[in-house]
Design a protein around this ligand. Structure first.
Ligand code: AMZ
Length: 273
């Protein structure tokens, strides 16, 4: 299991929201590059970045902050929020982001996900943000009729690298992740699923590790690590116990041959090799 420390950007600063509501924000750092460095120094292996203003506006909004993060770290990163076309995907990949997360556009224009996967293989991840099992888009302001499970299947068919599954009701609430729903989703597809929303204790990580064989290969840590409820170093060490470094490094790549890693594709991140 990989722990992905999160940086959510609002007006150039690192914040955490509650249930995705922009007016329920807590600012944790004014310097995103410095925060990224902190997570790297504490053992973070893959940084999860969200341009919150971008997710609401439908266009990138925090480019300077994103550039400062990429310049500050050596570990790989993924970024979502406001990415709605191939040109924006390409621009972020050129900037040094390792993989992009598509949310709204994956629901509204799935063909674009297909094209993106063909053009940028291994570098497209889909974020499925769900409320009561239904997909939410545009900063989670609109809940659609689309079932998260249906969308995940469709996206798998297009060749996306992984699904990030966020339970909106839990995000930023520190009440524990929705392990059952995440596990069920992971069992229904053959690409890795990253759990997101609600992580609150090291015990939650143990519980997620117990369902890793169903394909839940990573978890996003936000408020829990900013608040100190989870020590990132300790959490990373826990996920490595009993695992060799190679398995751990590559547990976010495709699952063929998983969990042993034999026969599976190696992680495509250049910096991961
Ligand atoms: O907190 C929110 N309101 C929020 C959020 N964290 N809204 C969107 N997002 C994240 C998604 C995904 O990573 O979890 O933004 C990304 C999707 O953005 P878009 O613009 O593609 O829908």
């Amino acid at each position: 299991m990989i722990i992905l420390p999160a940086i959510d950007l609002k007006e150039g600063r690192c914040v955490r929201l509650e249930q995705g509501l922009m007016d329920k924000d807590t600012v944790y750092n004014d310097d995103p590059g410095a925060q990224a460095r902190i997570w790297q120094d504490q053992g973070g292996e893959l940084l999860h970045i969200v341009d919150l203003d971008g997710a609401f506006a439908g266009v990138p909004k925090n480019k300077d902050a994103i550039r400062s993060i990429v310049d500050a770290i050596d570990i790989p990163s993924e970024l979502g929020g406001g990415i709605r076309d191939l040109a924006t995907i390409e621009a972020y990949l050129d900037l040094g982001i390792d993989r992009v997360i598509l949310g709204t556009v994956a629901k509204e224009n799935p063909e674009l996900v297909k094209d993106a996967c063909e053009r940028f293989p291994g570098r497209i991840v889909v974020g499925i943000d769900a409320k009561d099992g239904l997909v939410a888009v545009r900063g989670w302001a609109d809940v659609t009729e689309k079932k998260a499970t249906e969308m995940a299947k469709e996206m798998e068919g297009f060749g996306v690298e992984a699904i990030i599954y966020t339970d909106i009701a839990r995000d930023g609430m520190m009440k524990g992740p929705n392990i059952e729903a995440t596990k069920a989703l992971a069992e229904s597809i053959n690409i890795p699923v990253i759990a997101s929303g609600g992580l609150s204790s090291i015990e939650d990580i143990r519980r997620l590790m117990a369902v890793e064989s169903s394909g839940v290969t990573g978890v996003i840590a936000g408020k829990a690590i900013y608040s100190g409820a989870i020590d990132l170093r300790e959490a990373v060490a826990l996920t490595k116990r009993g695992f060799n470094a190679d398995q751990a490094n590559h547990s976010l790549s495709r699952r063929q041959g998983w969990p042993g890693g034999q026969g599976g594709q190696l992680c495509r991140f250049a910096r991961c090799r």
